[in-house]
Unconditional design. Structure first.
Length: 119
């Protein structure tokens, strides 16, 4: 928990809780933004949550160069996600604090750095 708080403080992100009426992601979500740019969106579910991390043009090459260092689960999601407008919207289910959890944090870190956001 302390690590999560430290990371949140590191980004100094704006946290916004809202209800989405989108058909594919209806319900409550928590959006984290920094300098007007999305870092991630968390969708709470029963007994788990889903994190949306967008891999855009700026992050794509970096993510793909390091993809083999991510869990098989993240690699599978990445390869199975269609690209649209130069982006991949990765919807990652987090059931426990396992490798996928750490991978999501790494993806958010990459997005943070590649967006040129200065802490």
């Amino acid at each position: 928990m302390k690590e999560s708080i430290v990371r949140y403080d590191k980004y100094k992100a704006v946290c916004k809780i809202e209800y989405s009426k989108d058909v594919w992601a209806r319900g409550w979500n928590v959006k984290f933004r920094k300098s007007g740019k999305s870092l991630c969106v968390i969708y709470p579910k029963k007994n788990y949550f889903t994190v949306l991390v967008v891999v855009g043009n700026k992050e794509k090459e970096h993510v793909e160069n390091l993809l083999t260092q991510f869990s098989e689960y993240i690699q599978k999601i990445y390869h199975n996600t269609r690209e649209g407008n130069g982006q991949k919207w990765l919807m990652i289910d987090i059931i426990s604090k396992n490798t996928s959890y750490q991978d999501v944090l790494r993806l958010i870190d990459m997005r943070y750095v590649q967006k040129g956001i200065i802490p």
